[in-house]
Ligand binder design. Sequence first.
Ligand SMILES: [Zn+2]
Ligand SMILES: [Zn+2]
Length: 343
Amino acid sequence: MQALVLNEHQKLELRELEIPDPRHDQVRIKVKRAGICATDIEYWKRGSNRLQLPVVLGHEASGIVDKVGDEVTKFKPGDRVVPQTTYHICGKCRFCREERYNICQARKGIGSKANGAFAEYLVVPESSVMKMPDRMTFEEGAVVEPLACGVHAVAEQIRIPLNAIVVVLGPGPIGLLTAQVAKASGARVVVAGLSSDKNRLEFAEKKLGINKVIDIQKQDIKKIIYEMTGNYGADVVVECSGSNSAVNMALDIAAKRGTVVQMGVLSKLGEIDFSKIMFKELTVIGSLSQKPTAWYTAMDLIIDGKIDVKAVTTHILPLNEWEMAFQIASNQEGLKVLLDPEA
Ligand SMILES: [Zn+2]
Ligand SMILES: [Zn+2]
């Protein structure tokens, strides 16, 4: 089968691999759609030592069950499914006991420490597989993962107060999905980005019903947020860009006793003004990927029409055109870019 591998030299290449066979408790999935995530782009551009190489990238997928191990009871070939990203966990630690598999020390996820979804076939444990509702398309199914990250951040790690103003920094796919989750929970939502995010910001306002968008290079975000909130600041700020200056901006525009959620992956160490956390009595919380509860909520939000994941899916390209797909995803031309291994 064709598979997009990050090789031993931290370089991405399309390789011919053996079709994997599912072990006893595993399910083999014929991948229909697989989404490119910002972390995949980072691995492509810079490599990473957080991975076990060589590895097939890709952790956002939908597909059809193709073969099951002899202990599998819940799935059969032909089932339409979405795989959660957990490939291996210890099953015994305090985090596993709470189904917080995202932070189990022994965790191996698909597309980083186990082979992922940028391939014709993918193997995952039965416990990670979810049936896709009949009404859900494979395009929607592939976006359940990033949406679940947004659900985990603003509906599990925190509770958004009634009538809150939520500011999302960074209008990439994760930012715009998280903004929609905040919107679905009743908040007024502001999305902020750079001048180069112009199209994404326009899209957020016109197509996703985001209440206000801000170009931080042209507008004074602090002034705008303070004006909107009677000089209090934002109740919740979600940092989705992974830039140091955005973290400081989040601490700056949050209201006293407000909450800052860190979702962006900070690639560099930098100065962060922790005194604001003390002076403003802020709550700062991290949010890493998702846990099973968030997957179910994400699926419900899509099926109930509360979140438009179709709108954020801008491109579908064949797996062998991965280079162009990665280019489109990285230069802000598109939002969610999906790969189709069958095309
Ligand atoms: Zn992702
Ligand atoms: Zn564990």
